[in-house]
Write a protein that binds this ligand. Structure first.
Ligand SMILES: [Zn+2]
Length: 75
């Protein structure tokens, strides 16, 4: 299933695309994307569809780098 993109959130769209490029499974419901890593550690991350914090995307990226095997935007 393809996630539906909110056109107002280009930064998060790039984040979601980076998950898909790295083989994460991404599903969307009304409030969250759920991204699941395909590695043995089964990393996963919830990403808000409409976050209020302006730097939300970068905070998520920082946590992903620290806590999971996510490798950045353009791998
Ligand atoms: Zn992983």
């Amino acid at each position: 299933m393809k996630p539906l993109f909110d056109p107002s959130s280009g930064d998060l769209e790039r984040l979601i695309l980076s998950f898909e490029r790295q083989g994460w499974l991404v599903l969307r419901n009304e409030k969250y994307w759920t991204a699941r890593c395909s590695c043995e550690s089964k990393h996963w991350k919830l990403v808000q569809v409409s976050p209020r914090a302006r730097n939300y995307g970068n905070n998520v990226r920082r946590k992903l780098r620290r806590d999971t095997c996510w490798m950045g935007a353009l791998v």
